[in-house]
Write a protein that binds this ligand. Sequence first.
Ligand SMILES: C[C@H](N)C(=O)N[C@H](CCC(=O)O)C(=O)O
Ligand SMILES: [Mg+2]
Length: 361
Amino acid sequence: MKIKDIQVGKISVPLVKPFKTALRTVKSIEDVVVKITTDTGHVGYGEAAPTAVITGDTTGAIIGAINEYIKPQLIGLNIENFEEVMLKLHSSLIKNTSGKAAVDIALYDLFGQLHNAPLYKLLGGYRNEIITDITISVNDPDEMAKDSIEAVARGYKTLKIKVGKDPQKDIERIKGIRNAIGYDIKLRIDANQGWRPKEAISILRRMEDKGLEIELVEQPVLAHDFEGLKLVTDNVGIPVLADESVFSPRDALRILEMRAADLINIKLMKTGGIYNALKICSVAEVYNVECMIGCMLESKISVTAAAHLAGAKSIITKIDLDGPSLCSQDPINGGAIFDDYRITIPEEKGLGFTNISDAFF
Ligand SMILES: C[C@H](N)C(=O)N[C@H](CCC(=O)O)C(=O)O
Ligand SMILES: [Mg+2]
């Protein structure tokens, strides 16, 4: 099964409502999609989210990386020697993890097809159903409470609340949500780097003192500030999850050696796809540290790949794969089934896509 062509296209999917974090506001998913064809007539699909404020990857940079650096390295290689294909992909250029992720995902789709099995089974086959949280954007407390009530009515048992925009209001936000939905629902909060270390400690301790029952706090401080992250981890009871601080397996190893966080958030757009995400899982297994699988604003192609990874690995215990649920429509045929909070991983070969429209390419 030799790689014959790599095509790049775009997908645009409006969100149900604007997605707001401490870093950005987005109204629609505008991602890059990849289609890899082989000499045997097989087709693999991938997707990259240009999340410039987190990964530094823009649409143009992703397309340029794939067409100018990755594609020339891969054409003619045989999927049967998957290790060689992965080594060539991941050494084709530095950074540009989202562009690499799109190609890596399409290659894993082909890898599954080559071996006649759904990818999650080839990677471990731990489970074929996972339960995701849903994100509540950072807005005025009243609006967030209303959005939380709606999410609970849809059956979500865990909400991921965006905070970190104006620190003093954050406690009010969480209090308002707790008052609105009670204590049967788990709340995880994500500051997206919005606090300074001492400010984070103060806010989180106040949340603890008020009994707001926070399951975990995601990336309270700046991504590069590993010492600041450790300061927070050492000084609050709420478990700290490293997100923007961990892109590579080396980042994960350093964070865990330092004991700078209690948990790691794996996202394919940060790792450059499944190949390196598996290495982070191994690092986390060594340290017995549980992981979250997360996503950027991604549609069903790359989130299906993340779901396969989560289905394979028991070290992934927390699921934040709500990208498709935030969308107002689903233009992708096949792949995982996103039934609100319940995600079912397909039993078809590879990632399980069927007839993705050529109009994207
Ligand atoms: C969509 C997902 N639930 C999420 O919240 N991801 C963010 C980054 C999303 C983005 O800005 O594209 C995160 O975990 O920080
Ligand atoms: Mg996050």
